[in-house]
Design a protein around this ligand. Structure first.
Ligand SMILES: *Cc1c(COP(=O)(O)O)cnc(C)c1O
Length: 322
């Protein structure tokens, strides 16, 4: 298959070392891949996926992008920005009550001019279907971008990101990152097999039990492999997920999440987000303390973005502690 992709992101994103944090954590070789700098608005991992998903949308003659997510969805914010770059209309279905103050990602959604529909969490998929079918009937040529941009097409982006990482730096023993709808991890896992990456790919689950997430990731990796005409054959056992750090629930800031956000800011001047990267970094710190990693292993923390949520309630209030 010839690769079907448009350019939306500033690539390659840099890999930097984290010397002070590495010393504090006794990880002499700690690095960060800055996918918070993908550059479509305040960046994030969805921008890579949208390079592939929007290429498909344009190929199908779409005129309006549809997607859904949480009120502070980084994904939806990046979909709205991509739509503007490409001259497409955009509808976002956000699950939850419209907040009194529109902050963080939601503020940026508003700024983008996207149509925003709020609906109760349980009714999200029904709302989406109804709005999508209405747009379809009206001839608006809608294109549905799945939750988190995580389908086989979106996953191809992180297969390519794995290739990018391997071309950029000496081999890493670990890639550690926040895993939620699974597309990022599926792409990395697929790329690791194809490009012979020798390290481990450790997804820190943000909300799902490990087995459930690993099953989803392996299914996505198989579907993405099929798109490339490759053998699938991935099963849940091929996917490494840690779910020790998600018990508080999605979007609930724990003391450990908050400590990680503060530590990265204070030691390295790097902003994490309260929902995803703060949790994944908190896990990295805790696992280091538990001596999960071996001495002198090279660890790459993949920063997947999400910074605007820092400026939204309740996170901005919860993080504002000495
Ligand atoms: C969506 C998101 C993730 C998770 O990526 P998936 O591909 O959905 O697993 C991680 N970090 C941030 C900041 C995100 O917005």
């Amino acid at each position: 298959m010839t690769e079907n992709r448009i350019s939306l992101a500033c690539l390659p994103t840099p890999i930097q070392d984290l010397p002070k944090l590495g010393r504090a954590l006794f990880i002499p070789q700690l690095f960060i891949k800055r996918d918070d700098l993908t550059g479509l608005g305040p960046g994030g991992n969805k921008t890579r996926k949208l390079e592939y998903l929007c290429a498909d949308a344009l190929k199908q003659g779409a005129k309006r992008l549809f997607s859904c997510g949480a009120i502070q969805s980084n994904h939806c914010r990046q979909v709205a920005a991509a739509a503007n770059r490409l001259g497409l209309a955009c509808t976002l279905i956000l699950a939850g009550e419209a907040p009194a103050k529109e902050q963080g990602n939601l503020l940026l959604d508003r700024l983008s001019g996207a149509q925003i529909l709020f609906c109760p969490k349980e009714e999200r998929d029904a709302c989406l279907e109804e709005a999508f079918n209405k747009a379809l009937a009206e001839g608006q040529k809608p294109y549905l971008i799945p939750y988190g941009g995580s389908n086989a097409i979106g996953a191809l982006a992180y297969r390519e990101a794995l290739r990018e990482i391997m071309a950029q730096d000496a081999p890493f023993d670990w890639i550690v990152f926040a895993s939620s709808s699974g597309g990022t991890q599926a792409g990395l896992v697929l790329g690791a097999r194809e490009f012979n990456f020798r390290g481990r790919i450790l997804g820190i689950s943000i909300e799902l039990p490990a087995e459930q997430l690993a099953t989803r990731v392996s299914a996505l990796a198989n579907e993405a492999a099929a798109l490339l005409g490759q053998q699938g054959g991935f099963c849940a056992e091929d996917v490494l997920v840690n779910d020790d750090f998600c018990h508080a629930g999605y979007g609930v800031l724990t003391a450990q999440d908050a400590q990680a956000v503060r530590l990265f800011s204070r030691m390295e001047g790097i902003l994490l987000d309260p929902v995803y990267t703060g949790r994944a970094a908190g896990a990295l710190i805790a696992l280091t303390t538990q001596k999960y990693f071996r001495k002198n292993e090279r660890i790459l923390f993949l920063h997947t973005g999400g910074i605007p949520a820092l400026f939204a309630e309740p996170y901005c209030r919860q993080l504002n502690i000495p």
